[in-house]
Design a protein around this ligand. Structure first.
Ligand SMILES: [Zn+2]
Length: 271
C-alpha cells in the first residue's frame, strides 16, 4: 500500500492505521528480541524473545528481508556454511512519534543472527576495521532495500541516530533506484568501496562523477551491463541481490555471475 506522504507522516506524532503484534519475522521459529543494553564491546544485548507491534505490510516485508538473509547464509556463507538464520534484534517498530513509525510502517533493526558467531550487530559492524564485517553489514543494507524504499544506517544517517541501528520504512516503496535518494546512492558507493576496491570512495549519498565511475566499475565487475537499476524495482533487486551474495560471502565483485536465475528471483521478490 502507499502510506501517506512524508510531509503528512512527519506533521504529527499520533499513532494511526491498524497493526499486528508478533514475536517473529518470516517464520514462527525466527524470533525477535528487544535490545536492552550494550556490552563492553559495544554489541547490543538482547536477552529475551519480545513481541513488536507494526503494520501488517511492514511485518510481511521484514519477513522477506529475513527470508533473503536466510537464503544468503544457506548458499553464500563466508565459512563453515551453510548458516541457518536464527533471530533478529530490534529497537522498536510502531512508535507514536513523527514519521513512519507512527503508522507501524517503520522498523529499527539492531541485530541479524545466523548463529555460531555469525551475525551483524548494527552498532559496531558497519564501520568495523575488518572488511568482511563491513561487507556483511552492506549485504544486510542491500537486502533491506529490496523490500523497503528507505534504509537509514551508519553511512546514511541524516539525524545522527543511526550509528547504532538500521531504520527501514515503507514511506517509499521498494521502487527503482533513484540517485537523488541517499538510500540508493550510499549503497552503490559502499559497494564500490568494499566490493570493487575503490578505497577512496566517499559514502556521502552524493551521486557525482566519482560515484558514477564507481557505479560503472561495479557494473563491469558484476556483469550487469544489461540491467539498469533505475529502470525498475526488479532491475535494482538484481543488483541488490548480487551485493548481498558478495557481501555475505566476503568476496570481491565478480565472484558470482549475474545469471538469468537472478532476474527471475528478483522479479519473484517484487514489491
Ligand atoms: Zn526508525
Amino acid at each position: 500500500m502507499a502510506f501517506p506522504s512524508s510531509s503528512t507522516a512527519f506533521a504529527r506524532s499520533t499513532c494511526e492505521l491498524p497493526d499486528i503484534t508478533r514475536d517473529w519475522l518470516h517464520q514462527d521459529a525466527l524470533k525477535t528480541r528487544y535490545r536492552t543494553a550494550f556490552d563492553g564491546d559495544g554489541n547490543g544485548v538482547h536477552p529475551n524473545t519480545t513481541s513488536f507491534t507494526m503494520h501488517e505490510e511492514a511485518h510481511a516485508k521484514a519477513g522477506l528481508v529475513i527470508r533473503d538473509l536466510h537464503h544468503l547464509g544457506a548458499n553464500y556463507a563466508r565459512s563453515e556454511g551453510p548458516w541457518s538464520y536464527q533471530w533478529t534484534g530490534l529497537a522498536g517498530a510502531k512508535v507514536c512519534k513523527p514519521g513512519y513509525h507512527r503508522y507501524g510502517a517503520a522498523i529499527d533493526f539492531t541485530r541479524f543472527d545466523w548463529g555460531a558467531g555469525n551475525y551483524v550487530d548494527t552498532a559496531v559492524h558497519g564501520k568495523d576495521k575488518r572488511l568482511y564485517l563491513r561487507r556483511r553489514y552492506l549485504a544486510v543494507i542491500a537486502t533491506c532495500r529490496k523490500h523497503f524504499g528507505i534504509v537509514l544506517h551508519c553511512n546514511n544517517d541524516p539525524d545522527g541516530s543511526h550509528w547504532n541501528h538500521i531504520h527501514v520504512d515503507r514511506g517509499r516503496q521498494a521502487v527503482a533506484a533513484n540517485w537523488d535518494y541517499q538510500t540508493d546512492t550510499t549503497i552503490i558507493q559502499w559497494a564500490a568501496r568494499d566490493l570493487a576496491g575503490v578505497k577512496d570512495m566517499p559514502i556521502d549519498g552524493d551521486f557525482g562523477p566519482k560515484t558514477k565511475r564507481g557505479f560503472e566499475l561495479l557494473r563491469e565487475r558484476f556483469g550487469t551491463g544489461g540491467v539498469d537499476p533505475t529502470a525498475s524495482g526488479d532491475a535494482f533487486r538484481v543488483w541488490l541481490t548480487l551485493i548481498g551474495r558478495h557481501g555475505v560471502a566476503d568476496q570481491a565483485a565478480g565472484a558470482f555471475p549475474a545469471d538469468a536465475a537472478l532476474q527471475t528471483e528478483a522479479a519473484a521478490a517484487g514489491d
